[in-house]
Unconditional design. Structure first.
Lengths: 840, 415
């Protein structure tokens, strides 16, 4: 992973020969420079071609700059183009010589032929030499007024290029307002589109320093501009349409009739041959209808067919991009696609990255009605020649089983996998059977009968072996040979390379010991001895722990190792709904492909438009690679942590499963440092149990010497404006801009749930607490509310999204605030208001 | 927006580099990319969108050429991918195919094309008709001309009229002595038949291709006898949406020359024109193979170029396969291909033989998928029929032609 070295490597063999050839070329060019002989253009063309081809293969021909410029006086357009190409490539490293080119480029800017005018202007702006900008302003100004649209189109982009070289020159020449005029008045749509893209970029860059620019940027998203662009959308080129559609997604219509107008106008864009246009349109539809639940559902139905067509008719690369988006949609509305599951059947020829996504889709759309067909299909892939896909499809079967549909049939299939005698199939199936048993202990009888027949010698993969050993320990009372199999495994302790397997083995032998003591005793002794002597720290510690606890009290040991277990209802590895929402907001972007919101994979400066410093682009890759690797490592560590907690939970089974998963939430309390925040955390009724302990612990650590904190809600320190006002568009805009300050899950009292027969009841209640509702929707059992509140005598706003599920009695609350520091206080206020709902 | 486009040969060599913005992308990214591709191995083609340490990369591979685009900012992914697909389409159209040599020979044209297709990282026009007017393709005529006249400029002198017109896909006013328009229905049948011989999925993807040589600004309407069977349609930008919406009529002003007017899908078809019945039975380290192929229901048209291909599982040591019709070939990478051609009247084509498994194996656990190819001229298997094609102001001499063709797309039979 050290690309810089390689780029040298690719150059070095050609360098020695390249050098002499370059000086050769130099000589020949020099001879031709002054010549006016007939046919000289042809020889020049040959030479230029050579120069460009050297440039292309990576030989540095910048030393020819002077000669190339000298030869550039020609009327031949191909020669001109090659010369422009060369100059554009090397001007930046030869700023002094670049001055030489200005002259002939400026002359070409006044050529009769619009094509040459355009090309020259484009090259002029592509020189990108800071001290030459003064020569750009004149030609650009006349270019913008040119009678030919091709030249204007080039000039508009030229303005943007100028802006990136020298922002002040561009602004001083008042180009942005010229562009704005062109945007609204030019007859050529490509000019309009280029204006739009240039203005967006310029104003976003300026917005950080200039009030006016940010106002101008907002002004692009107003009704007249949007309508003007939408009405002409069919005249735009397909790429420009994408640009316009992207702008429309930011527009917030003031009334619902507008929404329908826009959707009617854009409906045929869904039929466009260009997938990028289709996807951009889909985004507009989804964003516009976010607040209208019913219409939003209809939109899903409407966009389904075009998206499915894109998947099945495009190139694999296109299918991949579309499938990633479909995957996101399916997560939000699985039932919409449940009847189209056949579209996600894998074809033999498809690349694995498409197949993999299709498998995920199949798992996501599975429901009562189609599970049988889907599982049948997935089972066929298990015998696929493509082994990774075969594994993946077995895992998919398992995931569907864990979704609780038709478990009966699936268990049979999984057991058939075990009998297929293919090592990787057995391995995957074992892991799944283990998960299945954790969720549905009632199937143990059937599964154990089959698992018992598997020889542990045929299972090599650590994960599968660990699963098998876990089952041997957990169900040793039902498996005749369990103690003996475990014993033979213990005998081969030294040959077992995976620490994970050894850990499981220790625990399994312990479990087995409590169920069948006489048969296991010797194995246990051997296992503990081997474990204590193990070089792996975890294995060593666990063996020692078991040993000591056994010595201390055998019945305590049994309670620790073999407690009664509850079936696991939800596995922890599902992505949080907040992250999914964030990705959904970034529909039609790379986030969807990576299945992460952009803040998780981009650096801050790379979000939004091209605002980053030049050096970043030239960052040596080796260095950056290290950064990425380290961040990946961090992530892996995180995953490991998660894994080990779940694994440990599984092996120790010490606490009940539900609470173990809540721990990460409470860990946030450890961040609290100041006294007031601790108070508010304690008054926080939902996290009461845990946070209390946690914060008391911290009290001691911090040595604050606080007296026992009374467990009553502290009076709200925050006063809210009772007559707050906020118009919907500001709300939406703020909601988009602000980061989430707080996100939590609250429980509702049964009375509150009973009172929430209609959303209006809650609205009135919250209003009495100065928290106003701006939008609400949904039907029992799911309600969604958007609230806002304003600080008393200040214009600082709090925005809240609250999703209430009445069947589970839970409320998901997300809070955003202008003033982040008071968001915790507001959250307390909000909670207490919500908790009073339903109480008379 | 895209910052740079690279064209790589199948050995990872940079054939072409086109910087699009002021933020130069160093070539070393290609080395990183190539290492990444190699690390993914051959059997796994790497994903079309990759995050490298410094850039996000889009890649599209066509005919061994990798089109690689880099960006550092968030952008619609399909835009990057679609654009690269168009670039490859336009290049292969211009250069009459894609390969390393043809790109190296014509790199100046490739540069010129990219120059017009994208500026400052934002795609401008990818419409082949317009590009053709700005940059003349390197055809034989111009080569001959250049030899004779010594003038090989492949840039046309005039700016394309269409950049200013409101019909971006049509050049202004072509004139033809013979006005002709041809409409082809080209369909591909995708089908999956599972292990139990059940037709799991069968659908047709079809395209309406038009080749038009009409003078002036012709306004065409095309209607189908049974448009209701179409499940989803996509149109060339020239098609007006309202007439389709209300009466399922295609009303359009065509681009000049060949283009894809619309594409459609017909789902849930009930039968396939041919059947393939594979039987594999294995014991004692050997596997008997027997495959029968025949016509299922007669469309009255001959089925041509029937082929059958399958990959022998890796655990097979040797294979001995023979057929009573056509030829059987086993290629180096263990692909077995059986070309049948037409099905003879007097017998049912069958392929039979034995596969010898690796020594430890008793039975076969990995079963091959048979991919079927065929071609039927003169029929669109979806059942779609063209009703009529009208020209608003018909020129004196107008010739209209219709054809139909169906071939197998992804037609697989699992065993």
């Amino acid at each position: 992973m050290a690309p810089p070295a390689q780029s040298q490597r690719s150059q070095s063999p050609s360098q020695p020969s390249g050098k002499s050839e370059v000086s050769d070329l130099k000589l020949q060019l020099r001879q031709l420079a002054g010549s006016r002989a007939p046919g000289v253009d042809d020889s020049k063309r040959e030479l230029f071609k050579k120069v460009i081809s050297y440039m292309t293969i990576g030989i540095d021909v910048s030393s020819l700059f002077g000669e190339m410029v000298m030869c550039s006086a020609t009327s031949d357009i191909v020669l001109k183009k090659m010369c422009y190409l060369y100059v554009g490539n090397y001007a930046k490293v030869n700023p002094d010589l670049a001055l030489l080119t200005i002259n002939f480029l400026q002359r070409d800017c006044h050529d009769q032929d619009p094509m040459i005018r355009g090309l020259a202007l484009r090259s002029l702006c592509s020189l990108r030499v800071a001290n030459l900008v003064e020569y750009l302003v004149g030609p650009l100004g006349s270019g913008l007024k040119d009678s030919n649209s091709y030249v204007r189109m080039v000039a508009v982009i030229g303005v943007l290029k100028l802006y990136h070289i020298s922002a002040s020159t561009c602004v001083d020449a008042d180009f942005p307002s010229t562009l704005k005029h062109l945007l609204l008045n030019d007859s050529d749509t490509q000019v309009v589109a280029n204006c739009l893209s240039a203005l967006q970029e310029i104003w976003s860059a300026e917005a950080s320093t200039s009030e006016e620019a940010s106002r101008e940027r907002e002004a692009l998203i107003n009704k007249p501009v949007i309508y003007y662009l939408l009405n002409r959308i069919k005249e735009f080129s397909e790429w420009a349409q994408c640009l316009v559609l992207e702008l429309v997604t930011k527009y917030v219509p003031s009334e619902s009739s507008e929404i329908f107008d826009i959707m009617n106008l854009l409906e045929d864009r869904l039929q466009h041959a260009n997938g990028a246009v289709v996807l951009a349109t889909v985004k507009v539809f989804l964003q516009l209808t976010l607040s209208m639940t019913d219409v939003h559902q209809q939109v899903y139905e409407r966009i389904k067919a075009p998206l499915l067509t894109l998947v099945s008719s495009g190139s694999p690369e296109q299918s991949y991009a579309v499938l990633s988006h479909l995957h996101l949609l399916v997560m939000r509305a699985p039932y919409v696609f449940s009847s189209d599951y056949k579209h996600f059947y894998c074809q033999y020829n498809e690349p694995s990255y498409v197949k993999r996504l299709k498998l995920e889709m199949l798992t996501a759309v599975a429901n009562e009605s189609n599970t049988y067909e889907i599982v049948t299909e997935l089972c066929e892939y298990a015998a696929n020649v493509d082994i990774p896909i075969a594994r993946e499809s077995i895992r998919a079967v398992g995931k569907i089983a864990l979704q609780q549909y038709d478990v009966n049939a699936i268990v049979d299939r999984l057991l058939q996998f075990l009998e297929m005698e293919k090592d990787y199939v057995t391995a995957e199936a074992l892991v799944l059977v283990k998960d299945l048993l954790r969720k549905y202990p009632q199937w143990s009888h059937d599964c154990i009968a089959v698992v018992g027949n598997i020889s542990s010698k045929n299972v090599q993969e650590p994960k599968a072996k660990a699963a098998l050993i876990w089952m041997l320990g957990e169900y040793s009372q039902d498996m005749q040979d369990a103690p003996y199999i475990l014993e033979s495994l213990v005998e081969n302790w030294d040959e077992e390379h995976s620490a994970e397997v050894r850990l499981h083995l220790l625990t399994a032998v312990m479990k087995c010991f409590f169920k069948r003591p006489p048969e296991t005793q010797s194995a246990l002794g051997a296992a503990l001895a081997a474990g204590v002597a193990d070089f792996h720290q975890d294995v060593h510690d666990r063996a020692l722990f078991y040993y000591r606890i056994l010595r201390y009290n055998v019945s305590v040991a049994e309670r620790v190792v073999n407690p009664p277990k509850q079936a696991v209802s939800v596995f922890a590895d599902t992505q949080s709904s907040e992250i999914k929402d964030r990705i959904f907001d970034e529909f039609n972007s790379l986030s969807v492909l990576y299945q992460k919101p952009s803040y998780m994979f981009t650096d801050k400066e790379h979000r939004g438009s091209l605002e980053f410093a030049d050096e970043l682009g030239n960052l040596s890759i080796g260095e950056a690679a290290d950064n990425v690797v380290s961040s990946q490592r961090v992530e892996e560590n995180d995953k490991d942590l998660l894994l080990t907690t779940t694994e440990k939970e599984e092996t120790r089974g010490s606490s009940n499963n539900g609470s173990a998963y809540n721990v990460p939430y409470d860990s946030s309390t450890s961040v609290f440092a100041s006294q007031t925040q601790i108070e508010s955390a304690i008054s926080n009724p939902t996290t009461a149990g845990h946070s209390q302990q946690a914060s008391f612990g911290i009290d001691d650590l911090l040595g604050l010497g606080m007296p026992a904190v009374p467990n009553v809600p502290s009076p709200p320190q925050l006063k809210l404006n009772t007559k707050a006002a906020l118009d919907p568009s500001t709300f939406q805009q703020k909601w988009r801009q602000l980061p989430i300050a707080l996100s939590q899950e609250l429980s509702l009292s049964p009375q509150a749930v009973a009172a929430l027969t209609a959303p209006q009841a809650l609205l009135r209640h919250m209003q009495s607490h100065s928290i106003h509702c701006i939008a609400s929707g949904g039907q029992s059992p799911n309600f969604k509310f958007f609230f806002f509140a304003q600080k008393y005598e200040e214009s600082s706003n709090y925005l809240v999204e609250c999703i209430i599920n009445t069947s589970s009695g839970k409320a998901q609350v997300k809070i955003k605030a202008d003033d982040q520091s008071t968001s915790q206080a507001f959250s307390t206020l909000f909670e207490s208001a919500l908790s009073k709902f339903g109480t008379p | 927006m895209l910052q740079c486009i690279f064209l790589l040969s199948d050995s990872g060599e940079v054939m072409l580099e086109k910087q699009l913005t002021g933020h130069r992308v160093d070539r070393s990214i290609c080395d990183w990319f190539w290492d990444h591709v190699i690390s993914q191995g051959d059997s796994f083609k790497s994903q079309p969108v990759i995050a490298s340490p410094t850039h996000y990369l889009f890649q599209v591979v066509r005919e061994g050429i990798t089109f690689l685009a880099c960006t550092q900012v968030e952008m619609p992914p399909l835009m990057g991918i679609e654009f690269l697909c168009r670039v490859s389409d336009v290049l292969s159209d211009y250069l009459g195919g894609l390969n390393e040599d043809v790109i190296k020979d014509n790199f100046v044209i490739v540069y010129e094309l990219l120059d017009e297709m994208i500026d400052n990282g934002f795609p401008l026009t990818t419409e082949p008709n317009i590009l053709r007017e700005m940059i003349a393709p390197p055809n034989i005529v111009s080569k001959v001309l250049s030899v004779v006249t010594g003038n090989s400029s492949n840039v046309s002198d005039t700016l394309p009229g269409a950049t200013g017109s409101c019909i971006p896909w049509r050049a202004a006013d072509p004139k033809y002595a013979n006005n002709e328009v041809y409409v082809d229905l080209v369909e591909e049948m995708d089908a999956v038949i599972n292990r139990d011989g059940v037709l799991v999925k069968c659908e047709v993807y079809g395209e309406v291709r038009v080749n038009s040589h009409l003078s002036g600004l012709p306004d065409l309407t095309l209607s189908f006898a049974n448009p209701s069977i179409l499940d989803d349609v996509r149109f060339h930008p020239c098609v007006r949406f309202r007439p389709w919406e209300s009466h399922q009529i295609l009303s359009f002003v065509p681009p000049d020359g060949e283009f894809k007017l619309m594409s459609y899908r017909v789902k849930k078809l009930k039968s396939t024109p041919i059947y393939v019945k594979p039987q594999l039975s294995s014991d004692a380290g050997k596997c008997r193979v027997n495959v029968l192929v025949g016509i299922r229901n007669d469309h009255g048209k001959t089925i041509d170029s029937i082929t059958l291909q399958f990959q022998l599982p890796p655990c097979i040591l040797s294979a001995d396969l023979t057929s009573n019709t056509g030829t059987v070939n086993i290629l180096g990478n263990k692909t077995c291909s059986w070309s049948i051609g037409r099905i003879p009247k007097d017998k049912t084509p069958s392929l039979s033989g034995t596969l010898v498994l690796e020594s430890e194996l008793e039975r076969l656990h990995v079963f091959p998928t048979f991919r079927v190819g065929f071609k039927i001229m003169g029929v669109a298997l979806s059942g779609l029929q063209i009703d009529k094609l009208d020209l608003k102001t018909a020129p004196s001499r107008l010739y209209k032609g219709f054809r139909a063709l169906t071939r197998a797309g992804e037609f697989e039979v699992r065993s």
